[in-house]
Design a protein around this ligand. Structure first.
Ligand code: GTP
Ligand code: MG
Length: 457
């Protein structure tokens, strides 16, 4: 059982730090409305505690005799709020000083500074949302493309939870079946029991496998495809990054060894987020700074999901090029031959992979790169609007654990081992799936999940 103190009232700035149209201080907990009232002077002399739920009030925040800002205060009473608790939101003019001064006053009046994600954590602990939905909130906040956001919204709406619950119900039915068989052996027809369990387990396995199959797409929509542009110096890597971003982000010169530090950006390839990195051209060099850059390029290449391996079509294949082919041979790689506008001297046969021919200078062939990426990651086929997509390593690990337990069940049946074994593994699968929605989870794991949030959410 979780022992988390929900009795105190928490507060935080819920808007980004900086100048903006408005800044919001959010307060949640049983004293939220009283605390807001203690520093609020209504323009019409209203008392917040006497106002209806889900109403907005105009006035000022006054603390220790000084007016801090002109504000609008929204009050929302439990249980129909984000956290299921009383909430007051103070809308200030969005300057850093104004919001922090209001937050300080709120804290002095008895609220505690909220931890990252604590508002959402309360929504979870108060039972309004389950863990897949809470995680979906983080994913919506961090969504890099509309497709990423759509996939997360589906989880927030409970599509993934519904699927997990369906599989768990199936497992529970089987468990009940076994318990009855064990309790009333005289009524037990063993072949019947085994046949029913086998059918149910097969179904559960198929359901879990289907969800696992969405994990790659889920990861891509959430984190983006980690893409690294690799090549020897001067082939046009930084030029390609700039072309993809449609802005002059990286420095381009005709001097080999221009890029020393890595430059990373997100680009949106028809809904697929690409986390793309331009690297220092790889070559043997005595220059200390360049050497560090080259080492970074190598280690980034190791961790990448996708490598755009670039060659200069106007030069013959060099030892550096061959070294790069060797370095990337076990990676998902798209070979690009650049500078198609110049006289071609590169012998493609040497590379052994069908390349995409481009000229960054003339903006030629860039669409072919996009096409190739979509083909390679085959995510055109996953429809974010009608399939639950799992996201995050935690969920994937739980699904794999459940799958393993279900496969153990099948083995037990094949070897006609005692029903107790089946019962044990089904229970394990049931619990692993429960971890996804946040049932039977340890407190520290829950804390870790919510610490990924930003402040004020
Ligand atoms: N003709 C021609 N020149 C190009 C093309 N793409 C890039 N260049 C030129 O090639 C030179 C090198 O380009 P960069 O983008 O700096 O090359 P890089 O691979 O980033 O080089 P390093 O950072 O040194 O590793 C520049 O002078 C570019 O203008 C192309 O498609 N055709
Ligand atoms: Mg460069």
């Amino acid at each position: 059982m979780l022992k988390i103190n929900l009795s105190d009232t928490i507060a935080a700035i819920s808007t980004p730090i900086g100048s903006g149209g408005i800044g919001i201080v959010r307060i949640s907990g049983c004293k939220a409305i009283d605390i807001a009232e203690s520093i609020f002077v209504s323009a019409k002399g209203k008392k917040l505690s006497e106002q209806k739920s889900h109403t907005i009030h105009y006035g000022s925040i006054v603390y220790e005799g000084k007016t801090i800002d002109e504000v609008l205060v929204s009050i929302m009473r439990a249980p129909n709020t984000y956290t299921c608790e009383d909430i007051a939101e103070i809308n200030t003019h969005g300057g850093y000083r104004a919001v922090t001064a209001v937050l300080n006053a709120v804290i002095k009046k008895g609220a505690r500074l909220a931890e990252p994600g604590e508002f959402t954590k309360r929504a979870f602990l108060n039972g309004r949302i389950d863990l897949t939905q809470a995680e979906a909130v983080i994913d919506i906040i961090n969504a890099k493309t509309d497709k990423s956001r759509e996939a997360a919204v589906m989880r927030l709406e409970g599509k993934l939870s519904a699927e997990i619950k369906h599989i768990r119900e199936n497992i529970l039915t089987m468990l009940a079946h076994i318990e009855t068989a064990i309790a009333y052996p005289e009524h037990d027809d063993e072949t019947m029991t085994y046949a029913a369990i086998e059918k149910g387990t097969k179904e559960a396995i198929a359901d879990v496998e289907r969800l696992i199959a969405t994990a790659d797409a889920g990861k891509i929509y959430r984190d983006g495809i980690k893409t690294v542009i690799l090549g020897k110096p001067n082939v046009g890597k930084s030029s390609l990054l700039n072309a993809l971003l449609e802005e002059d982000r990286a420095i381009v010169t005709d001097i080999p060894g221009t890029t020393r530090d890595v430059v990373s950006e997100f680009i949106n390839v028809e809904g697929i987020p690409l986390d793309i990195t331009d690297t220092a051209g790889i070559r043997n060099t005595d220059n200390v700074i360049e050497k560090i850059g080259v080492e970074k390029s190598r280690s980034l290449a190791e961790k990448a999901d996708l490598i755009l391996l670039m060659f200069d079509g106007s030069r013959e294949l060099s030892d550096e090029d061959r070294e790069l082919i060797e370095l990337t041979k076990n990676k998902k790689t798209i070979v690009l031959v650049n500078k198609l506008d110049l006289e071609q001297k590169l012998d493609i046969g040497d590379i052994g992979i069908e390349p995409v021919n481009i000229s960054v200078k003339n903006n030629n062939g860039i669409d072919d790169i996009y096409k190739k990426i979509k083909e390679m990651f085959a995510i055109g086929g996953i429809e974010t609007d009608n399939e639950a997509i799992i996201s995050g390593e935690r969920n994937k690990a739980c699904l794999f654990k459940a799958l393993q337990s279900l496969e153990n069940v099948m083995e037990t049946i094949e070897n006609t081992m005692p029903e107790d074994f089946i019962s044990m593994d089904l229970t394990a699968a049931y619990e692993s799936l429960g971890e996804i929605i946040g049932e039977s989870l340890e407190e520290d794991i829950i804390d870790k999940i919510f610490s990924e949030f930003c402040l004020g959410k």
